[in-house]
Write a protein that binds this ligand. Structure first.
Ligand code: FEO
Length: 392
């Protein structure tokens, strides 16, 4: 049949692209859009894995009906309840009133609280299995990857892991769906941005889930966002392992706030000094211009972080403080930090950033460098020293 996308002979892709939503979770920019991936197994029992955001329900049900071609939908497995995946559950229930909804105890608590659904439930526990005919499903509870009810489902015959949010990323699937059909470099940056923005706080839980799944012979990873990994699932597994251990590459992110260019001048000077020290990956990012989503993504990659701020009403420049609040939320670890900035008549900006650093027990490479209004000849040695300490 036309317009039906097979993952394998009897497993189908029924996900959808979203190019209309500008902010994921009403917070994180989506310049390249996002997918809500969903999958369908056809067997003696037909099973759907997760749904899509409510705005896409109509197209979603059309796709499912095309594939079922008059057959029954027996089960809906809910690996994750966040509304980007659960938004169409009520409509699925209306379209297939005999369906059984498979989830764990927490899933059903959320299902009732979000949508008032209390019927058609089939509760599973960690390690439970269900036979579909040729296929067999096994359920693994993986709490906090990304919510407490999160689980993953492994199909044992074709060895496909339905992974929920794990291993997924931002970016629509423009034609190609599989890792071997797309320019994977294009997606990797968006996958790290998704990881660092959405899942990043839960690194230890991601590690726990990966240990739990480590014995499985996984041939295909089918996440709820981004490409399906059928040729090189090992690549995304090892990236996830690295990110969730907070491992880094050599490089420095200089994020700054500057009203009239004086703090920016310091940022550029430090960047030049870092280059003199042989650092090749330097990202100078203006917090007024670049959304913190993208700054956090770079910080997730590199070891060094320099914060620059002017003083604004005796405090940190608000756009910079927003970045710090978000980094605190993400529980960033294993980085080295430095601070620089300016004040007019009373300080507060640099002091405010140092307080964040101390509160979070982040490591500082040396004392901050703070100047009145603008850096001049007499300040450059201190700025160069900050760059040298960072480069070490
Ligand atoms: Fe893609 Fe946690 O939702």
């Amino acid at each position: 049949m036309d317009n039906i996308l097979n993952i394998t002979d009897s497993i189908y892709y029924v996900g959808l692209n979203d190019r209309d939503t500008h902010l994921f979770e009403n917070m994180w920019p989506l310049p390249k859009g996002v997918t809500y991936n969903s999958y369908l197994i056809k067997d003696e029992k037909n099973v759907l894995f997760d749904t899509v955001k409510a705005t896409k329900t109509h197209l979603f049900i059309e796709k499912i009906n095309n594939i079922l071609d008059g057959k029954k939908l027996d089960y809906l497995v809910i690996n994750h309840m966040e509304p980007d995946h659960s938004g169409s559950i009520s409509d699925i229930l209306r379209a297939y009133p005999d369906i059984k909804i498979i989830g764990n105890k927490k899933t059903f608590e959320f299902l009732k609280a979000l949508y008032g659904i209390e019927s058609n439930l089939y509760e599973i526990k960690d390690g439970d299995e269900i036979d579909l005919g040729k296929h067999k499903l096994k359920f693994y509870l993986t709490p906090m990857v990304h919510w407490p009810e999160t689980m993953m489902t492994f199909e044992e015959t074709e060895k496909i892991l339905f992974a929920g949010d794990a291993f997924g990323g931002f970016g629509t699937l423009d034609g190609g769906v599989f890792d071997d059909e797309v320019d994977i470099e294009y997606y990797e940056n968006e996958i790290r941005r998704y990881y660092s923005n959405i899942v990043g706080k839960f690194g230890p839980m991601v590690q726990r889930a990966m240990k739990k799944l480590s014995g499985l012979d996984i041939k295909i990873i089918a996440s709820t966002h981004g490409p399906v990994w059928r040729t090189n699932p090992g690549r995304i597994i090892s990236l996830y392992d690295k990110w969730s251990k907070y491992e880094t590459e050599e490089g420095v992110v200089i994020a700054y706030g500057s009203m009239y260019g004086n703090t920016e001048k310091m940022a550029d000077y430090i960047a030049r000094c870092l280059s003199d020290e042989g650092i090749k990956n330097i990202r100078v990012m203006n917090s007024s211009e670049v959304h913190e989503s993208f700054i956090i993504n770079e910080i997730w990659r590199f070891k060094g972080v320099l914060f620059g701020t002017n003083t604004y009403n005796n405090g940190i420049f608000p756009r910079m403080e927003n970045l710090l609040i978000n980094l605190e939320h993400k529980g960033i670890k294993n980085r080295v930090f430095g601070v620089f900035g300016t004040y007019g008549w009373s300080g507060g900006g640099v002091k405010g950033i140092v307080e964040y650093i101390k509160k979070n027990k982040w490591e500082m490479v040396c004392d901050p460098v703070e100047v009145q209004f603008s850096a001049h000849e007499e300040h450059y040695e201190k700025l160069r020293n900050l760059a040298k300490e960072m480069a070490k």
